[in-house]
Design a protein around this ligand. Structure first.
Ligand code: ADP
Length: 301
C-alpha cells in the first residue's frame, strides 16, 4: 500500500500558503514528517485525514481517491491529533466503546472484544474503569493510540505525539508505535528529530509548505559522513565563525557555544570531525546545504 500526494496547494484566508505544490509518496512502515513549527505539517495531516479541503491537488491511498471518496478513506484511517481537547468524565472502556460505535463497529460483542483487546495492547486494561480525564499525559497518549487503532486502519496519522511526555512515557509510546508500524502506513508528524531517528525507516522534511527532502534517515546520515565538523568557541567569536563557515547549528554546553559546520574538506582552525546525526541532516537540509539532486526526489525550486 502506498499513499500518494500530488501537487497539493492550500492558502488560508489570511493569505498564508500552508501547502505549496506539495508532492510525496509514502510507503508502508513508519514514516517521519519533519519540519519546524508553521511548516504546514498539521495542514497536510488534516487534509489527508479529510478534515479539511486543499485548494488543488490529489491524494490516493492505494486505489482510494481520498479527496473524493472520503468515507472509504475514513474507514481505513486512524488519526491521533495534536490535541484531543477535553475528555469527558467517563471511563476509558465506555469512551473507547463509544468511539468504536462512531467508527461503524455496530456489533456489540465484536466491539467489546476489540475495545478490550486494544486496551490490553496499550497497557490500559487495568485502568479501563477509570476516567480518561484523570489519566497522565502518557496514558492519554496511549488511549489516543487505542482509539486510532479501532477498526484495523491501513493508514495511521500521529501528529506531534511525544510533546509533553516524560522520558519513560515517551519510551513506552515509541515501543507501541514501532510494533504497530510494520504492516500499515504510519505517518509521524513532528518537529522532534530524535523521534524520527528512533522510529522511522523513511522520512521527509518540509518547510514553508514545500517538500525539501525525502530519504532514509540512516542513508542521509551516512551521506554526511566526514563532512560535519565541530568546535567550541567563545561567544564573542560566534558571529565571525558564522560569517566564515557554513554553520549548521550552535548549542550551548556549560555556557559555551559548540558549533557544527558543514565542510567537504578539513576546515582547520581548531575544528574536529564529528559523527553526523539526524539533527545535522535536518539543519543542512533546512539551510539548503548538500542539496545534490541525486539525494532529493523533489528539490524545491
Ligand atoms: P505545522 O503543523 O508544521 O506547525 P501548520 O499546518 O499548523 O504547520 O501551519 C502552517 C501555516 O499555516 C502556519 O503559518 C500557520 O500559522 C498557518 N495556519 C494554520 N492553520 C490556519 C488557519 N486555520 N487559518 C489561517 N492560518 C493557518
Amino acid at each position: 500500500m502506498t499513499l500518494r500526494i500530488d501537487n497539493l496547494n492550500k492558502t488560508y484566508k489570511n493569505g498564508v500558503k500552508a501547502l505549496d505544490d506539495f508532492s510525496l509518496e509514502i510507503p508502508t512502515g513508519m514514516f517521519g514528517l519533519l519540519g519546524p513549527n508553521g511548516a504546514g505539517k498539521s495542514t497536510l495531516m488534516r487534509t489527508i485525514a479529510t478534515l479539511q479541503e486543499p485548494d488543488s491537488g490529489s491524494i490516493f491511498l492505494g486505489n482510494v481517491n481520498v479527496l473524493e471518496e472520503k468515507k472509504d478513506l475514513r474507514q481505513q484511517l486512524g488519526y491521533l491529533p495534536q490535541e484531543f481537547g477535553v475528555y469527558p468524565g467517563v471511563s476509558a472502556f465506555a469512551l473507547l466503546d463509544h468511539m468504536a460505535v462512531l467508527k461503524g463497529l455496530s456489533n456489540k460483542r465484536q466491539r467489546r472484544d476489540q475495545v478490550n483487546f486494544l486496551l490490553q495492547r496499550v497497557n490500559l486494561y487495568g485502568k479501563r474503569k477509570k476516567a480518561v480525564s484523570s489519566f497522565s499525559g502518557g496514558m492519554k497518549q496511549r488511549f489516543g493510540i487505542a482509539q486510532a487503532l479501532l477498526g484495523n486502519p491501513q493508514l495511521i496519522i500521529v501528529d506531534e505525539p511525544t510533546a509533553g511526555l516524560d522520558p519513560s512515557e515517551r519510551n513506552r509510546f515509541y515501543n507501541l508505535l514501532s510494533e504497530i508500524g510494520e504492516q500499515v502506513i504510519v505517518i509521524l508528524s513532528t518537529h522532534i528529530v530524535e523521534d524520527v531517528r528512533e522510529l522511522c525507516s523513511n522520512m521527509a522534511i518540509m518547510n514553508e509548505g514545500k517538500l525539501i527532502y525525502q530519504g532514509q534517515p540512516s542513508q542521509s546520515i551516512e551521506s554526511l559522513s566526514g563532512k560535519i565538523w565541530q568546535k567550541s568557541v567563545n561567544k564573542s567569536q560566534l558571529a565571525a565563525h558564522q560569517k566564515a563557515y557554513s554553520v549548521i547549528s550552535s548549542r550551548l554546553v556549560a555556557g559555551k557555544p559548540i558549533i557544527h559546520i558543514y565542510s567537504e574538506q578539513d576546515p582547520g582552525n581548531g575544528f574536529e570531525t564529528v559523527t553526523a546525526g539526524l539533527q545535522d541532516v535536518y539543519f543542512c537540509k533546512m539551510k539548503g546545504l548538500q542539496n545534490h539532486p541525486s539525494q532529493n526526489l523533489f528539490v524545491s525550486a
